[in-house]
Design a protein around this ligand. Sequence first.
Ligand SMILES: Cc1ncc(C[n+]2csc(CCOP(=O)(O)OP(=O)(O)O)c2C)c(N)n1
Ligand code: SF4
Ligand SMILES: [Mg+2]
Length: 301
Amino acid sequence: MSKERIKISEDLYDIMPSDYQDLVKNATYGKEDRGWKDIGSSKELIEQHSLCAGCPESMAFRYILASLPNPEDTVMVGSTGCTSLVFPMVAVHNIHSLFGNQNAIASGLKRALSVRFPGRVKDVVVLAGDGVTVDIGLDMTLQAWFRQEKFITICFDNELYANTGGQESGLMQKGFVAKLAPVGKLFDKVRLPEIARESGCHYVVNCTVSKPSLIEKVIRNAVHIAREIGPTYLQLYTPCILEIGKNSMEGLQEMRDSEKPTERFAYKEYVSEPAKQLLAELAAKDKEKKAAAKQLASQEA
Ligand SMILES: Cc1ncc(C[n+]2csc(CCOP(=O)(O)OP(=O)(O)O)c2C)c(N)n1
Ligand code: SF4
Ligand SMILES: [Mg+2]
């Protein structure tokens, strides 16, 4: 991993936008232990966005982009919705897919990348809303899991179609009334994490994005497991503050309230047996590395 692929030719340096220069100088591409703590002290892979002020999707993007283990060799696949407003500002290769097709596009992409770059690690990350994941794209989502495609699916679950003004989604809560769903949802939230587990995902997490350290952990796990074993799925609550009538400062509290043990976003995790073994091996290697670094430091002191 390195910045080799984004470095600027000396002759062109002066005319490159300052944001790009900053990216080459101060972004954490290539840093082995990159994570959420780099936010604030390095150039982020997202600088601006056109989401509503205070939208938790923006926090989610920042934590995820700071935590991807291999951003310079990652391709993200998005689809239409509020998330798609953000992708043009993201400094990771990304593809916009036709509504609902994101997991089909990612399947072909992952396979093509393995053929085109044999021996090089290439991560594919789908990131899309609940409407596009569970309603219109459910077929493609499930078929990718059944085929054991080796990429990550992240759903930003805001429990409705936010970008088109608030229609009902399969992940909406029972009884919820939205601007363009005035009757109220008649049945319970579809249990997509359970469906993901039963459809062959090796790592499934359901949580909010209130804690950056947790998001860092689940992103790293999901990437490593998808790389080595098979599909992984993260369902992250990113409430649409606009549609639930909260102001820009209230998104974090909404997530904290919704992750209490009896609530629908209480932390839930499933890890398959092969994935558990992989995580144990990675943890052991990490421990060894830290011990070696500590020993070196004590010798130098
Ligand atoms: C084929 C197709 N059907 C419908 C739409 C209209 N459309 C655009 S965004 C959207 C809702 C997206 O909802 P969700 O996936 O939950 O994302 P959110 O906006 O909530 O983040 C819909 C239905 C479209 N762009 N293309
Ligand atoms: S409409 Fe909702 S989900 Fe979309 S940017 Fe605004 S607050 Fe976020
Ligand atoms: Mg949505």
